[in-house]
Design a protein around this ligand. Structure first.
Ligand SMILES: Cc1cc2nc3c(=O)[nH]c(=O)nc-3n(C[C@H](O)[C@H](O)[C@H](O)COP(=O)(O)O)c2cc1C
Length: 171
């Protein structure tokens, strides 16, 4: 598929079919995240796959945006592994790296016809405590994934873009 079409067609899916995606589809999505570029190739990302009722219930107790998806990817980085930019302390590239990984997975999912929604409205420590995640992990995003329900459709914000002149300039 043409990349720009994929990028434009992808939208935040917030209503999912209860049927989980297949293991093969999940593996492809995770593989797209695995090959994402990271600062100095340190690959600090950590991805936790929540598929069980119990994990998803725990997640839903600390984040109201899991949309009852059959699978939720919990994405973060290991602060002991991430690259620190000494020219700009205390800059830690972990969050950027994890964001690129998340983007790869989100677009891979879209290319397979699988819906997802990037979710940032949670507290990392709350998610860690609820799921018992390692202390050195910072959680940066949740990605509920699944087949879009029959009623799923793009929100109005999906196609509201600022004019290029507001975000791009020649210097
Ligand atoms: C960093 C980030 C955080 C987001 N957090 C949430 C969230 O907590 N809840 C939610 O429903 N959508 C969340 N979104 C989805 C955005 O609202 C959505 O991407 C934006 O409105 C554009 O719509 P589209 O994805 O359909 O193109 C988030 C997106 C990004 C990139």
């Amino acid at each position: 598929m043409d990349f720009l079409k994929l990028a434009k067609d992808r939208y935040s899916v917030r209503s999912f079919s209860p049927e989980p995606i297949t293991e093969k589809e999940l593996d492809l999505i995770l593989e797209a995240g695995r090959v994402a570029p990271t600062a100095r190739n340190f690959q600090p990302q950590r991805i936790f796959v929540a598929k069980s009722e119990e994990s998803r219930r725990k997640l839903a107790s600390v984040c109201k945006f899991t949309f009852d998806a059959p699978t939720v990817l919990v994405i973060g980085y290991d602060k002991e592994r991430s690259w620190k930019n000494k020219l700009m302390p205390p800059y830690d590239s972990g969050e950027t790296d994890a964001a690129i990984v998340t983007t790869h997975m989100m677009l891979m999912a879209a290319s397979l016809g699988i819906g997802s929604c990037w979710v940032g409205y949670f507290n990392s420590d709350d998610v860690k405590n609820a799921l018992g995640l390692p202390e050195n992990v910072i959680v940066t995003a949740l990605l509920p994934v699944g087949y879009p329900s029959d009623t799923a459709e793009p929100a109005a914000l999906h196609s509201q873009y600022r004019d290029k002149s507001e975000t791009i300039e020649n210097i």
